[in-house]
Design a protein. Structure first.
Length: 261
């Protein structure tokens, strides 16, 4: 089990399995399930990424979409169903939707990146992190600035990713040097679309500026090995991927892979 000093950002390059590695051959159709995460861990991954929603009766589950229809045969929102109803469904016809409690219990040696997808999940995630004493091994993010701020107020010492408004400030070159306190990390795509314009988010110059300010940057969702190599050459601190097998191969070829990834 991870000890408390081994925080989420405590060591080198971060290789993270997005939804357990959604495009890994063994995981096709079963993203964000215990089997998917087990397959990533079997490859040697210790950083897992998932999303969190709340059922109608207040159970926190790992699932990406608001609605279930894309990966199950049920057209309903998670928030409309009780956990008992949800537990009867199968992702890809095979695997149950896991609870966040199950992730913490089954993978005590893993760091878990959690994307808050629903307002009702916020206080439940705070309680789950406290219940499992997982403050040192999670990073929490959200596309909702208000949701993320509520989480930070409840658990101010936990690592979080920067919210969209904070990323926009960074793109304007207004990021501040890290003042200490709770660690935060930029987790961003290669590009953002603003209306008709496409903005390059990740550049060598921006990475250097963030490092000069004491910040780290992870890039999502990267599955092309050539892009992985380029980003590592530029100095990114981590890559989030649907192809953990490909990223492992890239890191191995560069002498950067270890089971601490």
């Amino acid at each position: 089990m991870l000890s408390e000093p081994d925080g989420f950002l405590s060591h080198g390059f971060t290789a993270m399995a997005h939804r357990g590695g959604a495009l890994l051959s063994e995981n096709l159709g079963i993203e964000n399930t215990l089997d998917a995460f087990r397959n990533a861990v079997a490859l040697g991954y210790q950083y897992l990424e998932t999303d969190v929603h709340a059922t109608r009766d207040g159970v926190l589950v790992a699932f990406h979409d608001v609605n279930l229809v894309r990966v199950t045969d049920t057209d309903a929102d998670i928030s409309q169903l009780t956990f008992a109803q949800l537990r009867e469904l199968r992702v890809g016809g095979r695997a149950a939707i896991p609870t966040v409690d199950e992730l913490f219990e089954e993978f005590p040696d893993c760091r878990i990146n959690l994307d808050l997808k629903a307002d009702a999940a916020t206080h439940l995630l705070v309680e789950a992190i406290r219940r499992h004493k997982a403050e040192h091994r999670v990073c929490v993010g959200s596309f909702s600035c208000a949701r993320l701020q509520r989480f930070r107020r409840r658990l101010p010492g936990v690592t979080t990713s920067f919210a969209p408004a904070e990323v926009a400030t960074m793109l304007l070159g207004l990021h501040r040097r890290s003042p200490g306190g709770a660690p935060r990390v930029y987790q961003v795509p290669l590009t953002y679309r603003f209306g008709p314009a496409t903005v390059n988010v990740v550049t060598p110059q921006r990475i250097r500026a963030l490092h000069d300010a004491g910040r780290k940057i992870h890039v999502w969702t990267i599955d092309d090995p050539l892009v992985m190599h380029e980003l590592i050459d530029w100095g990114v601190d981590g890559i989030i991927t649907d192809r953990p097998d490909v990223l492992k191969g890239v890191l191995t070829s560069r002498g950067m892979w270890s089971t601490r990834n």
